[in-house]
Ligand binder design. Structure first.
Ligand code: GTP
Ligand code: MG
Length: 273
């Protein structure tokens, strides 16, 4: 049996699963869970101390699912407490705050922490991850846009939802899809169904979009040295245009990246004799 297969009480009907929350302190992990389980929002920040545990029952298709939720503290101080709780997990709610770039950049470190705690025999492939881009109600402070978050999530085969624990937006949809995916996983012998496991775009496309987004000028955007010739600019442009053309590329953010590349080429060619 797979290490992270859930325990069944009544084969085929009731299921018991374990889910955990992960992400930096103060991104809203506890509030997301509270919004779904208790239908309320607490605006005062009450840091989770180590870990909070709760049980809830949900129904997916004809099955009753008993969900054990382990809500982790995001503060580094609690590492020694939460590291015990990574194993035997079927689902992870991975949260960042769309107004805190650091919390988005930290997602890779959270995956690394989990991987390390699961050890060499742990298998992250057969866990359902849902990424919550939280606090979307705070539109003024938003600095991580949807395509950036979606690209990160989908390039890893993770689910992605825009959420607000404050207004409730996206919360029910997120949990419903998350639980359905976990049940699908369980019914598929503990393996992620193939439709979920691979993104519909390539790593090369995702990397190109990320590089374009983070480029410091038009040369950098096309990946050529400052002072490159017309030929070099056109060659680099054609390569990126083929990779990212909206007819060919469905990766989040590809349309904007394609437009940026067209503009960069036009701007550079104006100044090259
Ligand atoms: P730790 O337990 O320390 O890891 O933090 P956490 O990720 O559990 O954060 P928590 O849910 O406690 O929320 C942190 C703060 O953000 C609180 O003041 C919440 O009221 C606020 N908050 C959470 N979600 C939202 C949201 O969607 N919108 C807004 N505006 N505030 C939110
Ligand atoms: Mg908390």
């Amino acid at each position: 049996m797979e290490a992270n297969m859930p325990k069944r009480k009544e084969p085929g009907r009731s299921l018991r699963i374990k889910v955990i929350s992960m992400g930096n302190a103060e991104v809203g992990k506890s509030c997301i869970i509270k919004r779904y389980c208790e239908k309320r929002f607490v605006s005062k920040y009450l840091a989770t101390i180590g870990i909070d545990y709760g049980v809830t029952k949900v129904h997916v298709r004809d099955r009753e699912i008993k969900v054990n939720i382990f809500d982790m503290a995001g503060h580094p101080f609690f590492y020694e407490v939460r590291n015990e709780f990574y194993k035997d997990t079927q689902g992870v709610i991975l949260v960042y705050d769309v107004g805190q770039k650091d919390s988005f950049d930290a997602l890779d470190a959270w995956l690394a922490e989990m991987k390390q705690e699961l050890g060499p025999h742990g298998n992250m492939e057969n866990i359902i991850f849902v990424v919550c881009a939280n606090k979307i109600d705070c539109t003024k402070h938003r600095c991580v846009d949807e395509s950036e978050g979606r690209l990160w999530a989908e390039s890893k085969g993770f689910l992605y939802f825009e959420t607000s624990a404050q207004t409730g937006e996206g919360i029910n949809e997120m949990f419903q899809t998350f639980y359905i995916s976990i049940v699908d996983l369980c019914e598929n012998g503990g393996k992620r169904p193939t439709t979920n496991s691979s993104a519909s775009f390539t790593k090369e496309q995702a990397d190109a979009i990320r590089r374009i987004r983070n480029s410091k000028d038009s040369w950098d955007m096309l990946g050529v040295k400052p002072g490159a010739s017309r030929d070099e600019v056109n060659k680099a442009y054609r390569k990126l245009a083929v990779l990212l053309h909206p007819d060919k590329c469905v990766a989040p953010g590809s349309e904007d990246a394609f437009k940026a590349v067209v503009n960069a080429r036009t701007a550079l060619l104006k100044n090259i004799k």
